[in-house]
Every structure is written in C-alpha cells, then in structure tokens.
Design a protein around this ligand. Structure first.
Ligand SMILES: [Cu+2]
Length: 288
C-alpha cells in the first residue's frame, strides 16, 4: 500500500507541477513556442509507467494469493451464518459454538463458510479480513492471530432486520488454553438443571434476537406464556402448545407458522443435543 501511495504522491506532484508550470510558461501573450514532438521523451514516459504498473500487479497478485490460500497446516473451522447468528464448528473435536470463535495463537485458521438463508458477510477487522457468506456456496477466509486477546467480528450485510446483531468475539488463547477449552466443551453438559441450561442456550443460540420473554412480539412471537396456550396458525387452524409443538417449532419451524409472523425462523435441527432441546423446552415452559 505504501508503495502505491508514494508512487501516487510522486506522480501527482510531478504532473500537477508540470501542468501549472506549462500553463504559466506558455500563457497567452507569450510568443515562445515549445517543442511539439520528442520521440525519446514519449518512449520514456510510456515505458517507465508500464514497468511501474506491472510491478504493482506482480506484488499485488502475490499478496492476493497469500491472502486467499491458507497454508497447509491451517486449522479448519466450519462457519454457518444464519438469521441472526454465527455458528462455529470444530470438525475434529465435535465442538460447536454460537457467536464465539476460540482459536490458538500463532496458528493459521481457515474458516470454511456457508449460509443457511440469506447473504451474510464475515468481517474480522483486527485481522484485516472480510468475506461474503452465501447460501449454496462455500467461501473461505484465513488468518493467523499473533497476539492473545479478544477481538470482535461482525456481519457487514446491513440489508435488513438484524444482521447488525450478528456480532461476537474471537478469543485468541495459548495452545494449552485452547486444548483445555476444547476438552471442556466437547463433553456434554449433564449437570446444569434443564431450565437453566435452556436459559443459557436461549442466549448462546441467539434465540433472543427474534424472541422476547417479556410478552412483547419481536421478529418472532414472544415466548412468554406460550406453553399450554392455544396458538393460532397462519392457515387458520389452531394448535395446543405442548412439548411436542415446542420441539417441532425449534426443529422444523416451517411445519406450523404462527399467525401474523413470517416463516423466517431457521431450523435448529442438528445443532442441539436431546438434552439441550429438552432444556429449551423446559425454559420456555418456565416463562409464565
Ligand atoms: Cu448477516
């Protein structure tokens, strides 16, 4: 960037300076006539800029290749963008997180990304990296964090609803801390009481970006008091909200659409263990 910057400044000064100088020197009233043709000069000002432009291309292309191809020892993390959260899956460890990416320091990491609904865009400003995430296509982006710490990531597809809320942290930790974290998270939580587990998942799976628990409708209906009530559906039918209905609403949201709402809830099929699903159901039951 500095190379292009300094070249541009140099030529800006040179060209603007000459324009001003010639405008003054050959101004109206000055009878002096300048040279009209100079082959050597014309070849010079064609060949030198051509060489400079080619050097910009070669240098830039090398950098582009480094940016777009991860080194062979990169650690893959699968990323799914969906309304309105990011999930990260560590394929070798069976660990899955939402809106939290934990990576070891000094280790190249490649994000293998896809979207389950609309176009999203993964932006990691601290690592100078950004890449679109598209439905039906896989895109990748890689980085190597060189310092431990917590950095933000965002979705930059500001085209509606809650992309702005698709933000979270990249936690860069030591290799040992990373292995401990993986250990901890690859075990199923069997001790947290179900409603409490559900309350945590309601945050970590970003349900709150569409549902409130205080009675006000948002992108989705409020979940306060749903359980045990009769829900009016878009097709005119009604359904009793029991455990089975809640389970279906989370795994196959498209099966029964609540009246007055758009069918925009993503499916959480495959993202929750049985116990986690029960936790969410118990939590929703507790919202009286
Ligand atoms: Cu988004």
């Amino acid at each position: 960037m500095n190379y292009i910057n300094y070249l541009s400044i140099f030529f800006w000064v040179l060209i603007t300076g000459l324009i001003l100088y010639f405008a003054w020197r050959y101004r109206n009233g000055n009878k002096e006539v300048g040279p009209s043709h100079n082959t050597a000069l014309e070849i010079t000002w064609t060949v030198i800029p051509t060489i400079l432009v080619i050097s910009i291309f070669v240098w830039g292309f090398k950098t582009y290749m480094t940016l777009s191809r991860a080194p062979g020892d990169a650690m893959d993390v699968y990323v799914t963008g969906q309304k309105w959260s990011w999930s990260f899956e560590y394929p070798e460890h069976g660990v899955r997180t939402t809106n939290e990416l934990v990576v070891p320091v000094n280790q190249p990491v490649r994000l293998v990304m896809q979207s389950s609904d609309v176009i999203h865009s993964m932006w990691l400003p601290a690592f100078r990296n950004k890449m679109d995430v598209l439905p039906g296509r896989t895109t990748t982006v890689w980085f190597e964090a060189t310092e431990e710490g917590t950095f933000r990531f965002y979705c930059t597809e500001y085209c509606g609803d809650a992309h702005w809320n698709m933000k979270g942290d990249v936690k860069v930790v030591s290799a040992e801390a990373f292995h401990e974290w993986i250990e901890e998270n690859s075990k199923e939580d069997t001790t947290t009481p179900l409603p409490e587990l559900g309350a945590k998942l309601f945050q970590s799976k970003a349900c709150f970006t569409c549902h409130t628990t205080d009675g006000t409708p948002s992108i989705g209906p409020t979940l306060k008091g749903v359980f045990g009530h009769t829900v009016e559906l878009a097709d005119g039918k009604t359904v009793e909200a029991d455990e089975d209905y809640l389970r279906e609403s989370i795994l196959q949201p498209g099966a029964k659409i609540v009246k007055g709402f758009a069918p925009t809830m993503p499916s959480f099929q495959g993202q929750l263990s049985e116990r986690e699903l029960n936790g969410l159901i118990e939590y929703i039951k507790s919202l009286k």
